[in-house]
Write a protein that binds this ligand. Structure first.
Ligand SMILES: [Zn+2]
Length: 66
């Protein structure tokens, strides 16, 4: 399975951190999705501004981009 890590500027207003996330290709191999580990998305802001569950929806468009 293809997994890669991405780093994008944190989308939270006023936060200057970077979001680190792990993504994998879906079963068709056509779209990226966030990797989940034990019911928690592998998404982390370097400043810890929000829990992973909140960040995952904010960065979703970036995750799907090729
Ligand atoms: Zn942040």
């Amino acid at each position: 399975m293809d997994v890669e890590t991405i780093q994008i500027p944190c989308p939270t207003e006023g936060c200057e951190g970077d979001v680190h996330a792990a993504r994998e290709l879906d079963d068709d191999g056509t779209r990226w999705r966030i990797v989940w580990f034990e019911d928690v998305p592998v998404v982390l802001c370097s400043r810890g501004c929000r829990p992973p569950e909140d960040l995952v929806s904010l960065i979703d468009p970036e995750v799907r981009a090729a």
